[in-house]
Design a protein around this ligand. Structure first.
Ligand code: ADP
Ligand code: ZN
Length: 731
């Protein structure tokens, strides 16, 4: 791996290491071998050509289909201090000539343009005589008629490629179907040896399919989990987009619509507001999304059936580009399938076949009871091996034990019977759970024996049971009205001759804020909010989207590790030299103020300490510290030896305790505490009640009277004395 590339990654981009394949791709490009790089959205494609561009002497031309994508890239690069520009017909003549001047005096490293611009005679003239070392083709699937986004202009790139024999050619895409790959390689004449395909798994995406019942209510419930966070809701029709936007706006949500029926100004304005965090929720048709690089989209909700698995994957891929947990909810309705089938039947025979296959694959995905990653990744030709991804509804419910739900099933069946076999699951569940809804009282269903006897299960669990009864042919559903009827087999259950057993899902309650805390249990939420506000002010001043300044991930890293000097700030992921000099002081000010207010300290070393603990191996440092503790069993001796701050040492020990091995059952920690014994007991009680993963709840429980330093000490005491017990997560 080129030393220089790694150095640029760290000093310019502020990242520690290359992700899978990035290093190999960059190496290949630097050896001037044509390269096809296939990575999922958010995988980190851009760095693959941007770092070589900084190393090459000449210019890197980047072809991209959309202005918004190019503008975003140029903004990103500029914020990193990299000279990049966009050549485009909308530029004023002055801007155009400025850019040309930079191309000619060799100060520009990257020049972005659409294929149409490149084909123009005037562009070709401008570029003749300029040394071009690399031709990068972004969204390269646009070259293939088999892709989902064929653009005829892209075809002509084959000729351009031939006319630049000295430039290495790099094609990038997130589309992995073999057919499209072959096309890209063939048209651009690249040899197979130089294709790099990264895994399409996006482990930070939580995947969930929910049966669509009352979609508006379901949507409201889902988005309530993400206060202050950005999300996209996809609908299939303009009308649906407008209606849902209105409904959400009426309820006070920050929301805007996007579909092809709006004027192009409106679309632009809405998209811009979303990208700049001025509007949080975008309700959109599939027209929205291409060209969106916003990294802090926390959730994507499919209100309607997506076209096929590939576009579904594209759409959910827009969530969580910053690598933080993000959530994908799919409201899957059988009624929607009927609608799609209706349209399919109107197509020609061959189109019907393909559309039918797509639909079946999608239904298969939605109905699967296995890990959701299996069918998704299979579609992209990958074999998903992992047994339990912990990040999809099916895997989470598999962790639940099998429960005998015969009694609940009997209640459900008899409720169907007593209401005359006329109602759907949602109504029956309301009766069982004793709802006082008008529709129930009017029909006097509050008078029947099954009214209000079903509080032992949550609504979603009752839904799950209803599906199970259907799967086991105990009940049938009217295809049009959705009403449930007893099947012959139901009698056996009602008589107690047959049992019903299933895994009841207990859905973890996610909230947007918790998403942050899931990655960094020690993230100080309040500081994170302050840093976000600071970022927004700077972004508005500079007229760029907030994530261009720093990603959420970078802010969370700051709000967890609390860097209080420029040196320390540089160790935060995503902080390179230029951003440090531009924004460092503003963020340091927020962090330092917070630390003083709260009496907390950071966990970052500013200077290399004792020889055994060099800066080069930050990853293993907690192991060294942990092992030293096992040896010494004395905090003061450790401090003398390590010459690091006590807070830092405790944070290493915590990491060791939770990620490596349990420390000895010692009183070393509690002995260091300066609280009164009664207070200590109160803290330990709170920890056993609230868990130890996050200290904030404990801090609040103790009326904010006990400082975090004490909490860190006592948490270690608690953990070493409770090692081996099952861990409560406190969430
Ligand atoms: P793609 O173009 O593949 O959708 P991007 O190039 O936009 O993805 O990268 C997604 C995010 O990941 C960006 O915020 C980028 O800065 C970040 N990223 C890329 N490479 C790394 C890395 N090696 N370490 C940490 N973050 C990275
Ligand atoms: Zn799974």
């Amino acid at each position: 791996m080129s030393e220089q590339a790694l150095h640029i990654l760290q000093s310019v981009f502020g990242y520690d290491d290359f992700r899978a394949q990035q290093g190999a791709i960059i190496d290949n490009i630097l050896h001037r071998r044509d390269t096809l790089a296939i990575m999922p959205t958010g995988g980190g494609k851009s760095i693959c050509y941007q770092i070589p561009a900084l190393i090459f002497e000449g210019l890197t031309l980047v072809i991209s289909p959309l202005i918004s994508l190019m503008e975003d890239q140029v903004d990103q690069l500029t914020s990193l201090g990299i000279r990049a520009a966009l050549l485009n017909s909308t530029l004023s003549s002055r801007e155009y000539h400025d850019t040309l001047a930079k191309v000619h005096d060799g100060t520009l490293k990257l020049l972005y343009m659409a294929p149409e611009t490149l084909m123009l005679e005037r562009t070709r003239q401008v570029l003749s005589g300029v040394r071009i070392d690399c031709l990068t083709i972004d969204e390269a699937h646009c070259i293939s008629e088999w892709g989902h986004d064929f653009r005829p202009e892209y075809r002509q790139l084959a000729d351009v490629r031939q006319s630049l024999p000295d430039a290495v050619c790099v094609a990038l895409t997130a589309t992995a179907t073999p057919r499209v790959q072959q096309d890209i390689k063939g048209i651009l004449r690249m040899s197979g040896a130089n294709a790099f395909i990264a895994s399409f798994d996006r482990p930070n995406l939580f995947l969930e399919v929910v049966e669509k019942q009352n979609p508006v209510n379901q949507t409201v419930q889902l988005i309530a989990r993400y206060p202050d966070q950005s999300g996209i809701i996809y609908c299939n029709s303009r009308r649906q987009v407008d209606e849902l936007t209105q409904t959400l706006a009426d309820r006070g949500y920050s929301v805007a619509p996007y579909h092809a029926g709006l004027s192009s100004e409106e679309r632009k304005a809405n998209q811009r507001a979303f990208i700049r965090d001025d509007v949080l929720i975008m309700v959109a048709t599939v027209a929205f999304g291409m060209g969106i690089n916003k990294s802090n989209v926390r959730y994507v909700l499919h209100f309607d059936l997506p076209q096929n698995i590939e576009s579904y994957y594209q759409q959910i891929g827009r969530a969580g580009r910053d690598g933080l947990p993000a959530f994908c909810h799919f409201l899957f309705g059988y009624g929607d399938i009927q609608k799609v089938k209706f349209f399919i039947n109107k197509k020609s025979e061959s189109e019907q076949r393909i559309a039918g296959q797509h639909l079946n694959a999608l239904i298969g995905y939605a109905e699967s009871e296995e890990c959701r990653r299996g069918p998704l990744l299979h579609y992209f030709g990958e074999n998903h091996q992992e047994e339990n991804c912990q990040q999809c509804d099916n895997c989470l419910s598999q962790q639940q034990p099998l429960t005998d739900v015969t009694v609940a099933a009997q209640k459900f069946l008899s409720c169907i019977y007593r209401t005359g076999q006329l109602f759907g699951a949602a109504y029956l569940i309301d009766v069982l759970r004793g709802s006082k809804a008008r529709k129930i009282l009017d029909r006097q269903h509050d008078q029947i024996t099954t009214y209000g006897i079903g509080t032992e299960l949550t609504k979603p669990q009752w839904q799950q049971l209803a599906r199970k009864l259907q799967q086991e042919d105990l009940i049938t559903q009217h295809p049009e009205y959705g009403s449930l009827k007893l099947a012959d087999n139901a009698r056996a259950v009602l008589k107690g001759e047959r049992t019903v057993v299933m895994r009841l899902t207990q859905r973890p309650e996610f909230t947007g804020k918790k998403a942050a805390e899931q990655v960094q249990p020690d993230c100080h939420q309040e500081l994170f909010d302050r840093l976000r506000r600071c970022r927004k002010v700077l972004a508005d001043q500079e007229n760029v989207p907030p994530y261009i300044i720093f990603s959420d991930k970078t802010l969370i890293d700051m709000a967890s590790r609390l860097p209080q000097s420029r040196d320390a700030l540089l160790q935060i992921s995503g902080v390179g030299q230029v951003k440090l000099s531009h924004y460092g002081d503003a963020f340091l000010h927020e962090i330092t103020t917070f630390c003083q207010e709260q009496g907390v300290q950071g966990t970052i070393e500013t200077r290399p300490t004792s020889p055994g603990l060099s800066q080069e191996q930050p990853a293993g440092r907690h192991i060294q510290v942990g092992e030293l503790f096992v040896q010494f069993n004395c905090l003061d001796r450790m401090l003398g030896e390590l010459k690091i701050k006590e807070a830092t040492m405790l944070s290493h020990l915590y990491k060791y305790q939770t990620q490596v091995a349990s420390l000895p059952r010692t009183d070393a920690f509690i002995n260091k505490s300066s609280l009164l014994p009664a207070q200590q007991a109160e803290v330990l009680d709170a920890m056993s009640l609230l868990g130890t993963e996050r200290l904030r709840p404990v801090y609040e429980q103790l009326r904010e009277q006990v400082c975090y330093h004490e909490l860190h000490l006592l948490r270690l005491h608690y953990l070493v004395h409770h090692a081996g017990e099952s861990v409560t997560d406190g969430g």
